[in-house]
Write a protein that binds this ligand. Sequence first.
Ligand code: FRU
Length: 501
Amino acid sequence: MISSNLRKAREYEEKYEAVIKEEDRPAFHLSPRVGWMNDPNGFSFFDGKYHMFYQYYPYESKWGPMHWGHAVSEDMLHWKYLPAAIAPDTEADMVGCFSGSAVDMGDGRHMLLYTGVTREGFEDYRDKLLGYESGDIQIQCVAIGDGVNYTKCDTNPVIDSSMLPDGCSKLDFRDPKVWKNSDGTYNCVVGNRPADGSGQILLFTSADGIKWNFKSILIKNECRYGTMWECPDFFELDGEWVLLTSPTEMVASGLEYCSGSGTLCLIGDYDETAGKFTDRSNQSIEYGIDFYAPQTILTADGRRIMIGWMQSWGTLDIKDSSEPWFGQMTIPRELSVKNGRLYQWPAKEVESMRTGKTEYRGVSFEDILKLDGVSGRQVDMEVVVRPEDIDSYGGFEIRFAQDDNFYTSVIYDASDSVMKIDRSHSGCRGDITNQRICSIGSECLSELKLRIMLDRFSAEVFINGGEKAMTITMYTEQSADDISFVASGRVNIDVVKYDLK
Ligand code: FRU
């Protein structure tokens, strides 16, 4: 039996997805079936397919009472929509079904662990789905299903604030990320706020995924990086323990962190018995503008793959809420830890989409260069740049999504060793952040390596073998598909470009 709220959402999305033409969506990035999308949720492998759920409000392209949209894929690039998985329809989640995660229970059941937002002492909730207000409390809930239909547990909430130590907020307590241990038990990490008003991550354990126990405060923010820590993910990678989270209300710090909602990767030591994580190093996960709330999975062949929300809370007003869709996910990126830093690189599945190779080696030029066959808005391109004379070398720029009036670019400034991503001239009328800068290694001076993935409305740039990534959405007409190279000083470049189908 599905609830009337879920039935309504399913009927709506089935009817209105048709208003979005295929060419008006990204070609290989997941976008909402219709309406609004934010965080990736429940990224998992179940029943032979990758599943991706997402924060979803089908009825308008703006944030509203949260549902979970649902899609499946064999390669994490070509997605097939399934009916919306859950809607706010029980006492535990009457205000919304916030972010969470999913796990294969190993017995044919797929478990969703998500944050229910509810209102204390609020009786007549079915008539009052008013949206998120302060005073709403957050609790963790389970829904179990077969990969299409999910039933919420009668025992929801499975985790609530009565299980927490004194001082833990019940208003900010969300985004459980669950994983299954080799002995069949489960753990999850959840974002929370202690009395100091900043963030912390809580750790819970469970024998069956349904009855949960508080284990420990995994780590406290102590007002170091933003305030609330949203959407945590915690895993071992290349012999290191890694915590990913998305802090709110960051204060800019050097070129590492920007003000506002950002991303944070802590690498450190995990005392499993005590349930304590101690960070040794910190960095942004991403250095572009449109990246937030990523989630990872471990694939059967042992890769840690991450997908993030390819949008930012600062770009909400860029489209009118009457537009048919808003929000998309990044491509899947394989993570690794090298020299104590998080690296990311397009998952190998991307390579099977490559067609039409265009290759140039050792092209020497200064000022501006266009190359035959190097254009397009669905592109995977690798560029290597070597200055011919380091002393007169000022830097290098790649312009894309370009026509006579508009372009977006990545610009390397050799004197400051910084990379800028810039959509100031992309034709967007919105009052949004258009540029971001990050520092890159001095070795880029003699050899700069860039990989750029374009897909109609976005660019994902991987610098220096994935040491840093910069992601941006762009709203330029699709006919603007030129790519050009600009060098200050004579350079010698290699370009390998594929179209992505
Ligand atoms: C992060 C977030 C989560 C929350 C969800 C609500 O983008 O604020 O913390 O669960 O979005 O849509």
